[in-house]
Design a binder for this molecule. Structure first.
Ligand SMILES: [Zn+2]
Length: 284
């Protein structure tokens, strides 16, 4: 793997090994800016990878770049495994949303807010707008550069592996709404935390929405076929009849947030840990 990689005159990509969800093995960090530089994702918890990250960042300084801080898009371990270490080793402040800051055991010096502009000066100045996009994780941050149509998307989508929406951090209803917001940006390039940069990402955002809504329809169909209520364990093989059973433990986590959304939408009711379509519940 060649790293760092220049994506454009103002963006470099540095993938580092992390304990992430297979088949992904790495988390991408990015350096944004032509003189003033923001690093994104203090990701790796591994010593050798952290040293390589520090060398990369010091190399940017040696070129005359001015490092302003390190942004964490959200609090998951494969994104903040180096937060404390890297901010101390590089003497750089951490930047994150309030929700992410709450969940980090490192000090967040700069709190990011929806809609704010981060201007990075230099030969090619860039301006990044903060978008708070929960659904995968509370306070998840994306960054949009309108001039070039570039959006840093963290874990909203990936070009390798899948994005897990799980109870606790995740909310399927909110996630789909935020994906629609990203789709409607009409961006030209998305920079995900896992996998290759994505050209014309609106298609991928739309595909993610479509894929999740198809799964939701399978939940509704499986409930329609049932005369009474069905547990999640009973629903799982019907709703995920197209995946290997090796995936079932992960699929169960997704199924939980799918039914939570349907309950929130008023289409499904929960009774003693089992689920039914609202029309069945009304008859009972
Ligand atoms: Zn994540």
């Amino acid at each position: 793997m060649i790293r760092p990689r220049e994506i454009s005159r103002t963006i470099a990509l540095f993938p580092a090994e992390t304990p992430t969800l297979p088949p992904a093995t790495h988390t991408n960090s990015y350096a944004l800016g032509s003189r003033e530089v923001l690093l994104v994702e203090p990701a790796t918890p591994y010593d050798g990878e952290r040293r390589a990250f520090v060398e990369w960042a010091e190399g940017l300084r040696a070129q005359g770049r001015v490092l302003k801080g390190i942004i964490a898009t959200h609090h998951h371990p494969d994104h903040i495994g180096g937060a404390k270490f890297l901010s101390e080793a590089l003497a750089l402040p951490l930047w994150a949303s309030d929700e992410t800051a709450l969940r980090l055991d490192a000090d967040v010096a700069v709190r990011l807010r929806e809609g704010e502009e981060i201007v990075l000066d230099g030969p090619t100045p860039t301006s990044w707008r903060v978008l708070i996009t929960p659904g995968h994780a509370p306070g998840h941050v994306c960054l949009l550069e309108e001039k070039s149509g570039t959006v840093v998307v963290g874990d909203m989508v990936a070009s390798v592996g899948t994005i897990l929406i799980a109870r606790g951090d995740g909310d399927m209803r909110v996630y789909l709404a935020e994906l629609a917001r990203l789709r409607d940006l009409g961006a030209r390039l998305a920079l995900p935390a896992h996998g290759e940069p994505i050209d014309e990402p609106s298609k991928l955002f739309a595909h993610y929405i479509d894929h999740r809504l198809k799964r939701e329809r399978k939940v509704l169909t499986a409930l329609e076929k049932a005369s009474g209520t069905r547990t999640l364990a009973a629903l799982l093989p019907d709703v995920y009849d197209d995946v290997s059973i090796a995936i079932f433990p992960i699929a169960m986590l997704s199924l939980e947030t799918h039914v939570d959304k349907l309950v929130a939408d008023g289409r499904v009711v929960e009774k003693n840990g089992a689920y039914a379509l609202v029309k069945h519940a009304a008859r009972a």
